[in-house]
Every structure is written in C-alpha cells, then in structure tokens.
Design a binder for this molecule. Sequence first.
Ligand SMILES: [Zn+2]
Length: 286
Amino acid sequence: MKSLNPPLFDVTHTVEVCASGITIPERAQALLEALPVFRATEAQYRELGLTGQLFLLEESDAVTPAVDVDLMGVIYKSHFARKGSPSRALYEQIRMAPEYGICPLCGQRTVATVDHYLPQTRYPKLNLTPANLVPACSDCNKQKLASVPTRAEDQTLHPYFDNLGQDRWLVVEVQASSPPTIIFGVRPAAEWSPVLASRVHHHFRMMGLGGLYAAQAASELADISYSLEDVGGSAGADGVRQHLHGQFRSRYARDANSWKTALYEGLRDSDWFCTEGYRLIRIRRA
Ligand SMILES: [Zn+2]
C-alpha cells in the first residue's frame, strides 16, 4: 500500500467544473444548488479521514430532494468522467497521480480507473468529492466492490489519509520445498495502533495481496535462478547471501515494503535457501 498526496482541488471545484459541462440547464442548476451539502460532507469526510473514522459517515439515498443517488450516478459517469467533458481533466489528474501509474492499493498492477473509497451507490454526497476519489487498478476496484465498513477495523487503507511509515511490515516466510514456497504476511510495526494493524490485515486479505505477491515472487525466483546458481557455484552460501542482500538494499531504498523488498529480505535471511533452496527453483528434467 502506497500513500498519495490528496488532490489539490476540492468539491466546490469539481462540482462547478462538472456543472459547466452539463447542457441540461435544470440538471446543472440542481447540482450547483446542492453545493452547501457537498461542502459540509467534504468537511466531515476530511475530519473523519484524518482520524481513521470514515466508517462513521452516514449513508444516504440523495444529496438534495432534486438530486438523488441515481442522478448522481448519471452525473458522475455521463458528465464528470465523460471523455471530452471539461471535468475529465480533473478525473485524469486523480487517475494519473501515482508514480509510474502503479495502483496504490496493491502496489503492483497498473491504475485503470478511479475508485470511490466510500461507494457512490450509498454515499451520493461524496460522489464528486476529490478526497473520496482514489486511483485503482481494475482488480482492486472489483475486490472492494460496494462494501461498506461498519467498524474501524474493517476499513481498507486510504492512500490520502493512511501512512504506514518506513518500518518493515510486509514479510515473507520461506518454506523448504522444490521449488521454494514463499508466503507473504503482515507484521505490524511498533508505531501502529491496534486498529491500524487490524486494518492492514483486512486490506491485505480483501485485496488478495497474499496470492498476488506469491505469484509475482514465484516468477521472480524463476527469473533469478540461473544467476543464483552462478554465484552459489563460485562463492557458496555466503556469496548467495551477499548477492541477495545487495538486491534487498536496492529494493529497500525505493520502497521499504514492496513485495520485492520483502522477498529479498526473506531469501537472504533463510539459511536453507542460501545453502540449497536456490538450487531447487528450476524444474529439472532427467
Ligand atoms: Zn491494485
């Protein structure tokens, strides 16, 4: 999970720009007249987001009597995010924010869409609120679906509000098998509150990160098996460990908790892997 700077514009801006592209006068007017509700809800959202309490926000089925949840859905899809609309540039700014276009929720796949952290079907007052709009890959977007947290512990991580710090928390267990088995898990950092620890576990499960990272790690092992055998053949277990340590440091410098950082640390620290495991990656045929 990667934290992101929130968008630099607020709901007043998204609503005004969106309304400027709506050619049905009554619809544009109704949207603009709802601005006080959007603003008040945005203020509440920011306050609760900072303390990890967004689950307390009340659901609703309308913004105002003239703007119900269905109309907000149409406004988001057919006006705000529509290609060629004046507000599409704002949508794109949100979507394109992550470095290298990598999804902040899984840290692996590429961003494909903008996800409503609190779903638009239940929180129409937050449909155009920039702080509620988070770039995501399609898989993470689907995993979340329209789920709504009812307890603090059940909230997935929010890239604009949650920062997990620099301590190592994503860890692997290396199991002796042929090929080696890599199991990813969460080790809560000392500075995390118990609620944050529960939320990271919840996020990890909900987004299916264990399976995603295990598949990536198996592929990475297959990629490096020849070079590890080279190093092991000439410099033995110490050489393999040193090589893995170098790979770990390079990954750590960029991201202290990417799956690659965790993988290389775990491999380096496994005596079994450094002495014989590295020779069991490739499937050998007689
Ligand atoms: Zn993702």
